[in-house]
Design a binder for this molecule. Structure first.
Ligand code: OXD
Ligand code: MN
Length: 586
């Protein structure tokens, strides 16, 4: 399919290492993908679901020891350890290649190696980037066909260029002890072994579009961020775009596709989804910040997705979708997960493929079970989705899951303070990554697990982007949908009602709403949050907007500790911001 000598030489080298029985180039055609689906069904790798109810849909189960990203086995392999920084696991490239060569050695002996050429971003756009993934998993091929633009057209754009990310993946034996996700930013390469779980093996996503891309972005003067992108259309038909970063499983997909509350709908408000997970952002010709979603689909968390929480996501999964680790309803050959509806199937298999009794108290779907759905399926997909220029960003929003400390919303004083606000983001951990659940952890810009280089240098890059953008920089905000009362109940209704907060944010960007200055930033006056049509009292809004100085004083201590961990690369500007916060609190 290509004469690109760099590509062919690399493939020969990898072939010599993994020794595949056969090699298949993925051309992106429906015929080839369909043949692969049939084969995967025959091999038992995927199950064909009810084609009347769920046309083009399949179910896959991972190994039970392989259900989430493995951060403790994810490495940034740079020559110098300080380039990976204190928050990443590090191995020298020599050590990592040597270790992984042993694991990959002959790993495809009885298997086919698939060569997937893919583009992150629309094929041929000057802002898109090309990757090649070699894999022994049809599941990976079929997922990449949804999550990226892929096939022959990508090779045509690549031509003779050596500028592509070299991704090697093998399931090997799915051995946890030898599971590694290694990134070689200096070589534009990713090696992933012994996993079949999406976040570890769909190399275009977290590995390339965040870890490798963040490294490239710093070098080339742009940003790769763990952000959703959405457009809010007002009744006059003007659309303003917001990019928002939240740690994994904080409802990014829900926010990206939110349905406006009834009273907003009646007025003519609409929300358009550009992306739900990753934003590549550059300074445009007009000096503003423009964002593109490099992906082509959604790899969303299934549990909790329902007709109320996210009807658009649910609609997106009704055709041409791959479900992973959900419940298999044997009566009608469909799927189910906790929080889909109140009628769990009686005759069903759980995510492990075992007979499952919904009354047993055991969960049927894995908490991190997923759907892989084409973006085009989404009823509110933006008309700008394929626009290579992307969309101009008015506001950047950071958020986390905090029961008490963070108010519903606040605005940073300026860009530098906004970078500080992003750098101190924190949230309770969830099931998206293996490890303890429910612990508060700092996750600056939601990039802690995804930054491909030193976190201190990353902050510096943010500050530098602010210099370039000057007064055209988006305004920066922080939101918290998860504030609770004394009984631990959420006090903000969330979901579509979050538009009420986004409206204040947009108004602030346009200088249309005033604010109260507090030690942590600008807060709305309680009456500036529109509560028309919801059952929430002005008192509750005031409670949501409370800034507890005692809690923030404790918070400062925790930030100090975190900043110490970042160490010598922490920019002086952020140290200054912390001192300024302490001063304002006193
Ligand atoms: C994801 C994650 O899967 O952030 O998007 O974990
Ligand atoms: Mn994510």
């Amino acid at each position: 399919m290509t004469n690109n000598k760099h590509l062919l030489a690399w493939i020969e080298e990898m072939k010599a290492l993994v020794n595949p029985k056969e090699v298949v180039w993925i051309d992106g055609s429906e015929e080839q993908l369909d043949a692969l689906r049939r084969q995967a069904v025959e091999d038992g790798e995927i199950i064909k679901l009810n084609q009347e109810k769920l046309p083009g849909c399949y179910l896959h189960r991972t190994a039970i020891n392989d259900v989430a990203r493995v951060e403790h086995r994810t490495f940034i392999c740079t020559e110098r350890q300080e380039d990976a920084g204190p928050t990443n696991n590090w191995m020298s490239p020599d050590e990592a290649y040597a270790k992984l060569r042993k694991i990959f050695n002959g790993s495809m002996k009885d298997r086919t190696m698939y060569i997937i050429p893919y583009s992150m971003g629309p094929i041929g756009s000057p802002f898109s980037k090309i990757g090649i993934e070699l894999t022994d998993s049809i599941y990976v091929v079929l997922n990449m066909a949804i999550m990226t633009r892929m096939g022959k057209a990508v090779l045509e754009v690549l031509g003779d260029s050596n500028d592509f990310v070299r991704g090697l993946h093998s399931k090997c034996e799915l051995d946890e002890e030898n599971r590694y996700i290694c990134h070689f930013p200096e070589d534009n390469a990713i090696w992933s072994c012994n996993s079949g779980y999406g976040g570890n093996v769909l190399l275009g996503k977290k590995c390339f579009a965040l870890r490798i891309a963040s490294y490239l972005g710093r070098k080339e003067g742009w940003m790769a961020e763990h952000m959703l992108i959405l457009g809010i259309e007002n009744p006059q038909g003007e659309i303003k775009y917001i990019a928002a970063a939240f740690p994994s499983a904080c409802g990014k997909t829900n926010l990206a596709m939110l349905i406006p509350p009834e009273i907003y709908k009646k007025k003519g408000y609409k929300v358009w989804c550009v992306g739900d997970d990753i934003a590549w952002m550059r300074v445009g010709k007009d000096g503003r910040l423009w964002a593109c979603n490099p992906e082509n689909g959604f790899f969303g968390v299934a549990p909790g997705t329902n007709e109320k929480s996210n009807p658009n996501a649910l609609a997106s999964t009704r055709k041409n979708t791959i479900f992973t680790n959900v419940v298999h309803n044997l009566d009608d050959n469909t799927v189910w997960w906790e929080g889909l509806d109140k009628n769990p199937p009686k005759n069903a298999l759980n995510w492990k493929g075992e007979k499952w009794d919904p009354d047993s108290g055991e969960k049927g779907a894995h908490p991190n079970s997923r759907f892989t759905a084409p973006a085009k399926n989404c009823p509110c997909i933006s008309s700008e989705f394929d626009n290579p220029e992307g969309v101009p960003i008015s506001a950047i929003v950071f958020g986390g899951r905090r029961a008490k400390t963070a108010p519903l919303v606040y605005q940073s004083f300026d860009w530098q303070h906004g970078v500080f606000v992003g750098s101190i983001m924190a949230s309770e951990t969830t099931a998206a990554a293996t490890g303890q659940v429910g612990v508060v952890r700092r996750d600056p810009m939601a990039m802690l697990p995804f930054c491909g280089y030193n976190m201190g240098d990353y902050f510096t890059h943010w500050l530098e982007m602010g210099q370039v953008l000057g007064d055209k920089a988006p305004k920066i905000f922080h939101v918290n949908w998860f504030r609770t009362d004394e009984e631990g109940r959420f006090i903000w209704p969330g979901f579509g009602e979050n538009l009420r907060v986004l409206e204040w944010i947009i108004n602030r960007c346009e200088g249309k709403s005033d604010a109260v200055e507090t030690p942590i930033g600008y807060l709305p006056k309680a009456e500036s949050i529109n509560i028309e049509g919801i059952d929430i009292s002005p008192d509750t809004v005031s409670q949501l907007l409370e800034v507890d100085k005692g809690l923030w004083t404790q918070e400062v201590e925790d930030i100090k500790e975190f900043y110490e961990k970042i160490g010598s690369t922490l920019p002086q500007e952020l140290k200054d911001e912390l001192q300024a916060l302490i001063k304002r609190l006193n």
